[in-house]
Design a binder for this molecule. Structure first.
Ligand code: SME
Length: 154
């Protein structure tokens, strides 16, 4: 298992070296999927009006390409402007299924001063795969991405 700090340091360089926000998001998704064995599906949703629209992702195609704020675990994290960790998705009535193999999920909002810009969504095929080190890593990545996306807000 790679150290979360090593992965954060690689992602920090990737974001610093990529001025285009879409390419930065795709690079982050690819690195998280490749380096973190428990991260089975990694994607970034971008807020468009009152909907989260699926951007770069790695893993099986998801049926949930547009999620209204307030729906699903993704929509709840955007509404609450806070990270949500679900240890057992099948026990959470908010959960919108993407794959039958998914057992746990973490959703981390990407936030600027103006509010939510999007979010990082990660599924795992292991129960309770996400803990404090994952939250710390992904909240740091979200803050870096917010800096990259901020200049391109409408
Ligand atoms: N599980 C999410 C939907 C997105 S898929 O996992 C990619 C949710 O409950 O909002």
């Amino acid at each position: 298992m790679p150290s979360h700090d090593d992965v954060l340091s690689d992602i920090t360089s990737q974001i610093q070296n990529e001025s285009d926000s879409t390419r930065a998001m795709a690079a982050v998704v690819a690195t998280l999927k490749r380096r973190m064995p428990d991260y089975s599906w990694v994607g970034i949703y971008i807020l468009d009006g009152n909907e989260l629209v699926l951007g770069p992702f790695e893993g099986k195609p998801s049926p949930h390409t547009r999620i209204p704020v307030g729906r699903g675990i993704c929509g709840a994290a955007a509404a609450e402007k806070a990270t949500i960790i679900v240890d057992d998705v099948n026990a959470d009535p908010r959960y919108l299924a993407c794959s039958v193999d998914t057992l746990s999920e973490i959703v981390v909002p990407i936030m600027a001063c103006s509010g939510v810009l999007g979010e990082i969504d990660i599924d795992s095929d292991r129960l309770a795969a996400f803990g404090a080190p994952d939250r710390k890593l992904l909240e740091s990545v979200a803050a870096l991405l917010a800096g990259r996306m901020g200049g391109q807000r409408r």
